[in-house]
Design a protein around this ligand. Structure first.
Ligand code: PEP
Ligand code: MG
Length: 758
């Protein structure tokens, strides 16, 4: 059974669209369970109906036409109970509903299981047989497993409007092309432009569809790649000639035959002539061949599917590396991908980049932080976006709501043009605050600092009116190199930042790699990277890396004396005392070498829950605290900050997070040391209100959020912020807290700070 299940799931996963996937399911399940009928019904919430979408066994004409109201028939019973219904004689059941179009009277037994995604019933998978027998437990669980595997694809298709399109094709239903897809807010702002899909190397299944204008050029790209692969394989075969057993040698011959035969190249070229670009033409051909092999009953032959797939990947890799045409970015690029990385983002000329949409990740993923730093609207966790089919489409990314609209209608475009114009107006108005002091209406000064990490980023920070750099993430310069940067290289980088801001303070954080920040030359492969070797844990294990960095930082501050060193991921007193010893060692060495270095102020990031409870011990040993709410939220709530599946649970306005922050602030006050917040929460106008109320001394955020938060500070008194904090402390639910705080902005006529528009 497991093999059959795997094979069906594999086939469904390689289907190019939902219609194909549903047909595979109904055919394969009917065959595997030896039943007379297998059908899929999908639920339409708007019309409150379950629609027959695919069937093997019921009459073809019934598909798309049979619709059951939410309280009608056995299908609805399965959906409303959200559990299987297993009947030997369905026509006898009071909920049985008869449609003559289906030819259903012939069938007695009925097994229906709900298709559920994230607690929501999306449809029902049904099997029926002529014999009046209940289904065995094995069959029930088999069908439940299939339904659970299908659920993601259905949710995806429903969100992208694909189901409406299928129904329209079948002659029932209408298409709403402007239906938004729900993702997660990544970076504020609204971006409108052309989708450019970026995808990793040699990933055949990730190849998007793309329009072509020169068929012959595509054919040449393909032929060249095939030639290269042929040469690679011939070389490899001749090198291994003597060492290989005969059957492995035969594999190379089989590869070469496939490359020479009319089928693979011939079919691919056929696709290109029908308008596919070469990589997608290859994808289609290879997947068809893979399917044929997988369906073979002989295990040896069915395993050959993997060889065909491998061959396809090799050809694709050559096409990608040889495809001299470097990715071109239109002037209104919205970068779209399954997983957008910092490097993909950096490849687009900044003036052309109008938005980012990533299927994976969430608001606190580092790529979202980077987008925010660049002032680019971003939507993360857009899990329902059919990435393969949006390249070149007009697209809107709403970084406030997390909505993405592909091929928007004229009226939607007009509405967004209005919102974008309002945004620009609001940003320009807020820019007037740039040189105004960040004082509350009752005169409390709350310095606003910028978070940065990219060199090119210094000017936006300077221009934003920041009173310093509250968090300089040093890992970026490490990430874009091929090796660890040396002391002098680091010195140059840090000196520029310290000099640009002197005499204003700069908080340089020691290296915080691990988690979702990998160094290409220092691979860390872990099951749970966020709970693993990360931040200070790595640098304490490698004092040679830590000391070089500490020396570079201290040297860079000579004569400026605005350096503050920030230690990430501290979770115990021992880690702190060890770090301080190393910092003292670096300082002593420099003094010994005759360099006139003043001892920098040292502080810790409070971002691990244990640090919250050690606040007194830590406070006795440092000069300041900076609360890293991105990690603190993830670790307190046990919600991976990058995982779109649980992103709805990730909320820095969770009452537990608010209490933890307040505890830290009170601890800092008791020891008379300053406390700042440098996580993304500081740049969220609603959260900033609470942080002001708590008595946080300064806030550090992306340059693009600075004037928004300054408006908040200047328009609230410390006393009122404290009142709001008291009110919120009574609330138990993050959504209630957010809605309440956001409503305060609407009342003040500044709703534009927390949503799209003005
Ligand atoms: C944080 O965790 O809040 C923080 C500022 O650090 P980073 O986002 O770089 O982990
Ligand atoms: Mg952190």
């Amino acid at each position: 059974m497991l093999d059959i299940l795997r094979r069906i799931i594999q086939e469904v996963n390689s289907a190019r669209n939902l219609d194909q996937a549903l047909n595979i399911i109904v055919q394969q399940v009917k065959q595997a369970m030896a039943v007379d009928v297998c059908s899929v019904y999908l639920s339409n919430d708007v019309q409150q109906q379950h629609v027959l979408m695919a069937s093997e066994g019921l009459r073809e004409e019934a598909i798309g036409k049979i619709r059951l109201a939410f309280d009608e028939g056995l299908v609805s019973l399965v959906a409303s109970r959200a559990e299987p219904v297993n009947l030997a004689n369905a026509p006898e059941h009071p909920r049985y509903y008869y449609f003559p179009e289906t030819g259903e009277e012939e069938f007695s037994s009925f097994l229906g299981v709900p298709i559920i995604h994230h607690r929501k019933v999306l449809g029902v998978l049904v099997v029926q047989t002529r014999n009046a027998e209940c289904y065995l437990e094995d069959s029930v669980t088999f069908l439940i497993t299939i339904a659970s595997q299908l659920a993601g694809a259905i949710a995806h298709a429903a969100a992208s409007g694909e189901i409406d399109r299928i129904l329209a094709k079948k002659g029932s239903g209408t298409v709403d092309d402007s239906k938004p897809l729900r993702g997660l807010p990544g970076a504020p702002g609204v971006g409108k432009g052309t989708a450019v899909v970026v995808y990793p190397m040699a990933d055949l299944l990730a190849v998007p569809d793309r329009k072509i204008d020169d068929i012959e050029a595509e054919i040449e790209i393909f032929n060249k790649a095939v030639e290269k692969v042929r040469n690679d394989i011939t070389d490899l075969a001749s090198r291994l000639e003597k060492r290989l057993p005969a059957e492995d040698k035969a594999l190379f011959d089989a590869y070469l035959m496939m490359l020479d035969g009319a089928s693979l190249p011939g079919e691919t070229i056929g696709y290109i002539r029908r308008g596919y670009w070469a990589p997608a033409a290859l994808r289609e051909t290879i997947m068809e061949h893979v399917k044929v092999f997988r369906e073979m009953n002989d295990p040896y032959l069915s395993e050959r599917a993997d060889d065909v797939f491998d061959l396809g990947r090799r050809i694709l890799a050559h096409m990608q590396s040889e495809n001299i045409k470097v990715q071109e970015y239109p002037q209104d690029t919205i970068l779209v991908g399954d997983e957008i990385t910092a490097t993909m983002l950096a490849e687009v000329p900044t003036e052309f980049l109008k938005g980012v949409v990533s299927v994976r990740g969430s608001r606190t993923s580092h790529v979202a932080i980077l987008s925010r730093a660049l002032g680019i609207p971003a939507v993360m966790g857009a899990t329902d976006l059919p990435v393969g089919r949006v390249d070149g489409c007009p697209i809107i990314a709403d970084g406030y709501s997390g909505n993405v609209i592909v091929s928007p209608s004229k009226s939607v475009l007009k509405e967004y043009d209005r919102i974008i114009a309002e945004e620009a107006e609001l940003t320009a108005e807020l820019m007037e605050l740039r040189d105004q002091p960040a004082h509350t209406s009752d005169g409390v000064h709350i310095p606003l600092y910028a978070n940065t990490g990219l060199l090119s980023d210094i000017s936006p920070s300077l221009q934003s009116g920041a009173e310093g750099i509250g968090l300089y993430r040093t890992e970026f310069p490490f990430m874009i190199r091929q090796r660890f940067p040396g002391e002098d290289e680091q010195y140059q980088i840090y000196r520029q930042v310290l000099e640009a801001f002197a005499p204003r303070p700069v908080y340089l954080r020691t290296l915080d790699v691990g988690g979702d920040k990998a160094l290409p030359y220092f691979p860390i492969n872990e099951e749970n990277p966020f709970l693993g070797w990360r931040g200070i844990r790595i640098t304490l294990d490698h004092p040679e890396i830590f000391l070089v960095q500490a020396r570079a930082m201290m040297r860079a501050s000579v004569g400026l004396n605005n350096l503050h060193i920030l230690l990430p991921m501290i979770s115990s007193v021992a880690e702190l005392t060890d770090s301080i010893l190393l910092l003292r060692q670096a300082h002593a060495e420099l003094v010994e070498e005759g360099i006139d270095v003043v001892e920098p102020k040292i502080g810790v990031m409070i971002e691990v829950p244990s640090a919250v409870y050690l606040i007194d011990s830590l406070a006795r040993r440092v000069d300041f605290f900076s609360i890293g709410t991105n990690d603190l939220t993830q670790y307190l709530l046990a919600v991976d900050r990058n995982n779109a599946n649980v992103a709805e649970l990730y909320d820095s306005l969770h009452p537990a997070v608010i209490r933890a922050i307040f505890h830290v602030v009170l601890g800092a006050k008791a020891h008379n040391i300053p406390v700042s917040v440098c996580g993304e929460m500081a740049g969220d106008p609603a959260a900033a209100l609470l942080l002001i109320g708590m008595g946080v001394n300064s806030l550090s955020m992306s340059a693009s959020s600075l004037t928004r938060v300054k408006w908040v500070i200047r328009n609230v008194s410390k006393k009122r912020a404290l009142e709001l904090l008291d009110e919120v402390m009574e609330m138990e639910d993050p959504q209630t807290i957010r809605q309440y705080l956001n409503s305060r902005f609407e009342v003040a006529g500044m709703g534009g700070l927390v949503r799209a528009g003005k």
